[in-house]
Design a protein around this ligand. Structure first.
Ligand SMILES: C[S@@+](CC[C@H](N)C(=O)[O-])C[C@H]1O[C@@H](n2cnc3c(N)ncnc32)[C@H](O)[C@@H]1O
Length: 490
């Protein structure tokens, strides 16, 4: 690993990147692979490293789309989704290992390619037996193996076969296999960033690792250092002149998805962010967002997603000490820092961003089982339809009671929609009058009947998870709390 990292840093610096090697080192962290460590006390706002935009690897910076021919690229649907970037990564991999293929533009990212992982712990690579462990979580449905493989067979392979000068036929069985495709896809999934084109409207922006933002969120921070007049030329790639337009205005632009050498060596952990990548007209800059003590790990942020997302995209979960009181109940105290505060009873580990998703179907099932058609009537489908027409969701999301970022000590509250929907289904709900008034049932203060349904829904929901028993206790209205133990694996 050392040789790869040393070669990466040398390549990085000789191609316009800067690294403060007095402040940051790359080392192995047990359980999380390579990561960055502070070699001295680092003050807030210190630049740890920076790189020109052209050193990022995306369909905008790779020479491949141009060499392939932009019209042909589009005709093969390589401008949609991640398949184009996956092909660029596979091509770079082939070029790096085959010592170039006689094309001068090939092989620019070779030391970077050598630094990338070749195996992954994500569920994409789990056996059926192993996936059983995820039963009940939202992960399994979101792995997307079939869709990914469809793009491989329908777009990537025909494209590769169409241009033998770029993809020599004897490379196909080695560098363009389904396995290599999944490897490139997983590298993107776990390491890419969203790096938009610099526009004259932009100020310096912070960009979180792509993982954190399925939504592609970026936050405005400060003014750019360089005048925006220089911004266009700063991109400097061949793609500046004639590049692929975004698919459409309201879709995420796939050419914004970029591999960012060095930045992707930083790990992340819930609530531990102390560095972040900022986007400027000519460069990307990794900056300390807090003071970091010598010896501490330098953490980027992946957006503190729930463990379901961490596992699916990165192959790990965050298990941090949760706030629990002497009775092993979650507390809502917001001031306590679970990493440093010795006063906290640390008996439970988890990820405060975890949620439980409850499908509306499950509520319907419980209501049906409890009362039957005779009591609730024949119009349950109609009620559901009206609920959806009124903009109601078909899934309710229960946040973790221990989410410390919720700046409140108020009791745990069930999502109001969840209560309102349940009330709508009950036999005594005045559906006709609600529909006439166009008003959904009240969502505050659930009564005993609603709570009875909700308790059963939660028990049934818990039983869907593989393994372990869960205790669901409801203590309402005495304390106005709903206590749910261990029901938050993902
Ligand atoms: C962006 S890379 C970070 C660098 C990576 N550790 C390496 O060795 O190249 C993301 C990967 O790092 C690992 N990782 C990051 N944060 C972690 C954490 N808190 N716990 C365990 N593994 C982590 C996961 O394997 C994840 O897929």
């Amino acid at each position: 690993m050392r040789a790869d990292i040393d070669a990466l840093i040398e390549w990085f610096q000789s191609n316009g990147g800067t690294v403060d090697l007095r402040a940051i080192g790359i080392t192995e962290f047990p359980g999380s692979g390579r990561g960055a460590v502070a070699l001295c006390d680092i003050p807030t706002d210190h630049t740890l490293f920076s790189l020109p935009r052209v050193l990022t690897l995306s369909t905008r910076t790779s020479p491949l789309p141009q060499l392939f021919g932009l019209d042909k690229w589009r005709a093969h649907n390589l401008h949609k989704g991640w398949v184009g970037l996956i092909l660029c990564m596979m091509w770079e991999d082939a070029c790096a290992h085959e010592q170039g293929i006689g094309i001068p533009e090939a092989g620019k990212w070779t030391p970077y390619i050598y630094s990338l992982p070749e195996t992954f712990d994500t569920p994409m690579f789990w056996s059926e037996y192993e996936l059983e462990e995820l039963k009940g979580t939202g992960v399994v449905d979101k792995i997307g193996r079939q869709d990914a493989e469809c793009a491989y067979h329908e777009s990537l392979i025909p494209a590769v076969k169409a241009v033998p000068s770029l993809f020599p036929p004897h490379h196909l069985q080695k560098w363009y296999t389904l396995e290599a495709y999944h490897c490139a896809g997983s590298r993107i999934l776990s390491r890419s960033f969203t790096v938009s084109r610099w526009t004259s409207d932009d100020s310096a922006e912070e960009w979180s690792n792509n993982e954190n933002n399925d939504t592609g969120v970026c936050n405005s921070e400060s003014e750019p250092e360089d005048s925006v007049d220089n911004a266009d030329t700063s991109l400097g790639s061949a793609m500046d002149v004639d590049e692929l337009p975004p698919t459409s205005d309201d879709e995420d632009d796939p050419s914004d998805v970029a591999m960012v050498p060095m930045a992707d060596l930083l790990n992340a952990r819930w609530g531990c962010e102390n560095a972040k990548l900022f986007c400027e007209p000519k460069i990307l800059r990794m900056v300390a967002t807090r003071s970091i003590k010598k010896g501490e790990q330098i953490f980027n942020t992946y957006g503190d997603p729930p463990n379901s997302v961490l596992l699916r995209r990165y192959g790990h979960v965050d298990l941090i000490p949760l706030n629990v009181d002497a009775n092993n109940d979650f507390t809502r105290t917001t001031e306590i820092n679970p990493y440093t505060d010795g006063a906290v009873s640390l008996t439970t580990l988890g990820n405060p961003s975890d949620v439980v998703e409850i499908k509306a179907d499950l509520v319907v099932e419980v209501v049906r089982a409890r009362w039957g058609t005779k009591e609730i009537g024949n119009d349950i489908e109609e009620r559901i339809e009206w609920w959806l027409d009124e903009g109601g969701d078909d899934t309710f999301v229960l946040p973790h009671p221990n989410n410390l970022r919720r700046d409140t000590n108020s009791p745990y509250e069930l999502p109001r929609e969840f209560i309102s929907f349940t009330r709508l289904l009950l036999p005594d709900a005045d559906f006709e009058s609600a529909r006439k008034k166009g008003k959904l049932p009240k969502s505050k203060q659930p009564d005993a009947e609603v709570l009875g349904v909700l308790e059963e829904v939660l028990k049934n929901r818990e039983a869907m998870y593989a393994g372990g028993t869960v205790e669901v206790r409801m203590d309402y209205p005495r304390s106005s709390f709903l206590w749910i133990d261990h029901v938050f694996p993902y």
